[in-house]
Ligand binder design. Structure first.
Ligand SMILES: O=C(O)C(=O)C[C@]1(C(=O)O)C=C[C@@H](O)C=C1
Length: 259
């Protein structure tokens, strides 16, 4: 009779394997931070904001596409979101302005990291003003909804000359998200490879939703408001915006649904 093989899956052996994987991952994280430090010191990055939402989206899409095994996708996303937050913090002061709303604050923390400073303001307008006064690096506002009241309707009075919508949150969600947010920055976002443009469009009279959509190159009409003699709409499109439309921003198309 042959000797029974020693069990490689003893608690001790498995914990030793976890320890050595932790060391390997820790080494890689320290190396990654060194590269971010070199990137920041080299001035290879064009001037402007440290945050590159398009680059972050492209990294996450690439990792999600190669992801396999029992690690849940949301866990992968959480780990990398904290990693991005730490490398943004490494490159300079970064903070978030937002209206006081616990659910929005949580969505912002999930995206920009739990240790990134947040300042809550009494209104949407106050959060946007704080960004305009450079008291924050970005503002996070609720994504516009058809049911919004006039005070909540930031997109109708958005200063597209100085501000830009740079992300739609959550970027990754395996189910229909209960809450979405718009991230506003002082500079346009870098391209991610799959981006949407957010437009404010005004047309005379009372065009139908489909006429508005067709006017914007098969855009998706998110909100439509009738005014005296005109119709104003918020449209998301993948096409070149029509002449006369106001471009509110451009951002990575969020990843929705399980793969
Ligand atoms: O690629 C950059 O520009 C970086 O600063 C690095 C990095 C990253 O950690 O991968 C960090 C922050 C940016 O928002 C995007 C990417």
């Amino acid at each position: 009779m042959s000797e029974p093989k020693p069990d490689p899956d003893t608690l001790e052996a498995l914990r030793a394997e976890i320890n050595s994987l932790d060391d390997a991952m820790h080494d890689l994280l320290m190396r990654r931070a060194e590269v971010v430090h070199r990137l920041s010191a080299s001035q290879a990055k064009p001037a402007g904001t440290v945050l590159r939402p398009g680059r972050e989206a492209a990294i996450l899409r690439r990792l999600l596409a190669r992801h396999a095994g029992p690690l849940p996708r949301p866990a992968l996303v959480r780990l990398w979101r904290e990693l991005f937050a730490s490398s943004v913090a490494q490159q300079g002061n970064f903070s978030v302005a937002l209206p006081a709303d616990p659910a929005l604050a949580r969505l912002a923390a999930e995206h920009f990291g739990v240790t990134t400073p947040q300042r809550q303001h009494p209104s949407l307008g106050a959060a946007l003003a704080a960004l305009g006064h450079r008291e924050a690096s970005i503002a996070v506002l609720p994504w516009p909804r058809e049911s919004d009241n006039a005070a909540e309707e930031w997109w109708t009075r958005f200063d597209a000359q100085h501000l830009s919508v740079i992300a739609r949150l959550p970027f990754v969600s395996d189910r229909e998200p209960p809450l979405e947010a718009a991230v506003i920055g002082l500079h346009p976002a870098d391209p991610s490879g799959r981006d949407a443009t957010l437009l404010r469009v005004e047309m005379p009279g009372e065009p139908s939703r489909s006429a508005l959509a067709a006017h914007c190159g098969a855009g998706r009409v998110l909100i439509m408001r009738r005014g005296p003699g005109f119709t104003r709409a918020l449209v998301e499109t993948l096409e070149t915006p029509p002449a006369g439309a106001t471009i509110l921003g451009r951002y990575a198309i969020p990843e929705r649904g399980t793969k």
